[in-house]
Design a binder for this molecule. Structure first.
Ligand code: SAH
Length: 515
């Protein structure tokens, strides 16, 4: 599958959950020089692309087209003709109401080679995430995909309603929210029982998925009451009843909760993954950024004399990667760490050390300096030993003090620096002001300070009644209080899993309704 330009991949991006693209789809994205993407394809998928790939948004939200179809066809032909590998990324499957057929025809006419990578279409994925299997041996043997977008003023329908209404078990209507009253009316008029179960699923497979269930008789009213709008898929048929037992996705503990993560992007992934695994929408708003230390000098000196140390104590996940990187930079590698013991503060830090195929000799049970020193003492003599502490510039110095008190030598070197993220995400701030986000999380004092700085006094005051605040531990909580930010949740175990646990408990105890 080597690509040398002049090729278009028509890729189905899947229904929204970024995990629901195919392996082949991601492989093709990696190869693309140009990516042309839509409203319904999750922008997070663009992270599979090369950083230097040209990314072109061609929109299409209902009738608001950024580019007309004809222009999109033209764009694909042009880019490919210029010798580029083009990835055309479309929501769901390109050939299911995706106008991928038209694009492929335009390419064929222009003599441009193309490949089609199918995707999971909304009519299968959204009901699956709503707990509705589209077929079931006892309930239906047929399943139809129908457009609900037909012009209602059209005299002659292209849809044979009489046959659809009674001849098919499960019917999925795409693009049918606006037309729902007419769809339901026609189904009933042509003989489908008003008691037939129906469901409308909006933003299926996404953390903001919303499902309304009823029957043909009342679904229109219920959808209106819920204020459900596009994009949504309508499923009609007996299979909808299975949702009562199979609704797994919306039943997860943090489903529908919108939680702001203020850590740096480099540090956020573990937290984001854990929140999402529980069903939350994790909204990243980095308040800090990891940067190089002001001066690599002390670190380099320590690396050059690495054999003089008895221990390396890693105090954070970031310190590990940064240290190893600089080790390589200095022309050395992990073989030069032979004989040196490694202590990791926190399970996540220990895991990161193991990523580099290094053994962790000690993970102290608690993170406070006294406890670390106690553990070090049990693992060997502190007196006369030399400890290297690669750390962030703002680390607190309790640990080296304790080591010195006991006759050891602690050498602290900066391996990274946390700096204020200058660019505040206007979109997230807007959502905070609108009260659209349920919780803001703080994982260190600097995240609190920078968050307060980013919002400014006035806006900070405005959002206080509109969102909750969670803190990883007492030190962070104290900083928040000093800045006038009320903390509603404090983790009793001061790491990411501990914070996630506290958030889960909080939401299971509150009866706050959410949509
Ligand atoms: N090619 C796409 C369909 C594009 S038509 C596919 O195969 O899924 C656009 C319509 O698809 C929307 O109006 C809606 O009816 C449906 N749709 C797409 N993504 C959806 C989602 N995540 N949840 C519910 N419906 C979705």
């Amino acid at each position: 599958m080597s690509a040398h330009g002049k090729l278009v991949y028509l890729i189905g991006a899947g229904p929204g959950d970024p995990g629901l693209i195919t392996l082949k789809g991601t492989e093709c994205l990696k190869k693309a020089d140009v990516v042309v993407y839509d409203y319904l394809s999750n922008p997070r998928l663009l992270s599979h692309c090369r950083p230097d790939a040209e990314k072109i948004y061609v929109g299409k939200k209902g009738s608001q087209h950024t580019l007309e179809q004809e222009e999109i066809n033209q764009l694909l032909v042009e880019k490919a003709s210029a010798g580029k590998v083009v990835a055309r990324l479309k929501g769901g499957d390109s050939f299911v109401f995706g106008r991928g057929g038209e694009e492929a025809l335009a390419l064929a006419e222009a003599g441009i080679p193309f490949e089609v990578v199918p995707g999971i279409t909304a009519a299968v994925a959204a009901p699956a995430y709503a707990g509705i299997p589209v077929t079931h041996r006892d309930l239906t043997s047929t399943f139809a995909l129908v457009t609900g977008h037909e012009d209602p003023t059209k005299e002659e329908s292209a849809i044979d309603w009489a046959k659809i209404a009674t001849g098919i078990g499960t019917i999925a209507f795409y693009m049918g929210v606006k037309n729902l009253p007419r769809i339901v009316e026609r189904l009933i008029k042509h003989g489908r029982s008003p008691d037939t179960p129906a469901a409308v699923i909006r933003w299926g497979t996404m953390p903001r998925q919303q499902t309304v269930v009823g029957t043909l008789a009342d679904i229109v009213k219920k959808v209106k009451q819920a204020g459900l709008t596009a994009p949504a898929i309508t499923i009609v048929g007996e299979v909808v009843k299975l949702r009562e037992q199979l609704n797994w996705f919306e039943a997860r503990p943090l489903f529908g909760r919108k939680i702001v993560v203020t850590r740096s992007r480099a540090q956020a992934s573990e937290f984001v993954e854990q929140l999402e695994a529980l069903g939350a929408e994790a909204v990243e708003m980095p308040t800090i950024r990891i940067a190089d230390p002001e001066d690599f000098g002390p670190l380099d000196k320590a690396i050059d004399n690495i054999e003089s140390f008895h221990w390396i104590v890693f105090t954070s996940v970031n310190a590990v990667g940064r240290f190893v990187e600089q080790l390589l930079q200095r022309g050395r590698d992990i073989r030069d760490l032979k004989g040196i013991k490694i202590c990791a503060i926190g399970a996540a830090t220990a895991d990161e050390v193991r990523e580099y195929h290094l053994r962790v000799d000690l993970v102290p049970p608690k993170y406070v300096a006294e406890s670390v020193v106690e553990a070090l003492q049990q693992a060997g003599e502190i007196k006369g030993s030399r400890f290297l502490l690669p750390r962030a510039d703002i680390a607190r110095s309790l640990l080296p003090d304790e080591i010195h008190r006991l006759g050891g030598k602690a050498v602290e070197v900066d391996v990274y620096r946390t700096v204020l993220e200058e660019e505040a995400d206007a979109d997230v701030i807007q959502r905070l002001l609108e009260g659209d986000l349920d919780l803001v999380t703080f994982t260190s004092s600097s995240t609190v300070r920078n968050f307060a700085h980013m919002l400014g006094k006035e806006r900070l005051a405005q959002i206080q009644s509109k969102t909750g605040f969670a803190s990883i531990g007492p030190v962070t909580t104290q900083t928040a209080k000093e800045l006038g930010i009320p903390i509603h949740i404090e983790a009793s175990k001061h790491d990411i899993p501990g914070l996630v646990e506290a958030i889960k408990r909080f939401f299971s105890e509150t009866s706050l309704s959410h949509g």
